[in-house]
Design a protein around this ligand. Sequence first.
Ligand SMILES: *Cc1c(COP(=O)(O)O)cnc(C)c1O
Length: 419
Amino acid sequence: MPWPSTTSRDTETFGYIDEERGRQITGLQLIASENFTSPDVMAATGSVLTNKYAEGYPSKRYYGGNAVVDKIEALAIERVKKLFGADHANVQPHSGASANMAVYLGLLNPGDTVLGLSLDHGGHLTHGSPVNASGILYNFKSFRVGDTDERLDFGQIREMALEHRPKMIVAGTTSYPRRLEPEPFKAIADEVGALMMFDIAHIAGLVAGGAHPNPVPFADVVTFTTHKTLRGPRGGCILSSAAHAAAIDKAVFPGSQGGPLEHAVAAKAVAFHEAMQPSFKVYAQQIITNASALAEALAHQGFRLVSGGTDTHMMVVDLRPFDSELTGKEAQLVLDQAGITLNKNNIPNDPRSPFVTSGVRIGVPSVTTQGMTQTEMPLIAEYIATTLRGRNDPAIVAEVRAKVAALCAKFPVYPTVKK
Ligand SMILES: *Cc1c(COP(=O)(O)O)cnc(C)c1O
């Protein structure tokens, strides 16, 4: 029986996919957690592997027919272990959130105390937010960034660790522009006998490309997403020391997932291969160069950079010195109309709610993938500032929209992918 799509294609859905491709390639994609993945990664994601059930692990599967899938998953595991210098890898987590929940399930008991960075100071939902399973099932205590320098305060983290005696410390950030140094975290974890987990979801590509310190030698467990700076398919991954390998694998399957998405696992293998190429180091370095250039240009336009700047792929921008009336919510909306996509974001100690905010978060992984350099960053800052200054004048917004489209046309993302 042929599929209905051979005679009546779902033009509605595919029409929307074409529309979304148009949106992605004609605008500036500045969401710090996004990237443009390669045509090869997309080919693996859209492959026949989506048909296969493979519950279990290579050579320990519940179903037959997994000889080829075993080779693919083993390849992904070998590559990622080599890329990060890890003893053990689990490449099956469906997402970063699933990876984190599997680690907690494998290494903690419900109710155990854990230390993590507060969501409104740059942490992630899965680091103990009360609306997330992490915060519901475990006793998370949140540390915050320092009031004056807006950076991690290891004095405070150590004091909290001594007071609460956590079973685990979670280091990792989702909107924090500075380096995550592994040594001071590790020293505190050792002092109180806590497990050390690093969530490098955002910075995995920078770590792989040698542009950010690698926490793997210091951590019991490292989790990350494969779709942010690492530029692979949507998905998660867990690296661990040999001592935790069995507990981690059991917590992913059967603990918290069923059949793995082997098409995503194959795409992860492709992304790891790409990240092992010398050109990926150049990419990671260019991300850092672009982010500092953009931060500097934004400061020049009158914005305040949280913590004074960035050493990563992202920055958090305080809009108040630019315009005290302007909220992150309004900025996101009007910039979207100008073809500039980013997200509103709380700044540390933000007087406005998370739905309104006084800031935006900006990242450069996508524009760096499409070939933009420090030459284009001042232009991007200018387009952002012009749009926000002229936000009540549709003609100004439309003018910027046209300039953005012209700039993006000079840096085509997917020249070889057919519609
Ligand atoms: C993005 C992110 C995650 C979650 O990843 P998903 O794939 O969206 O579930 C987890 N931790 C951190 C620090 C992140 O930035």
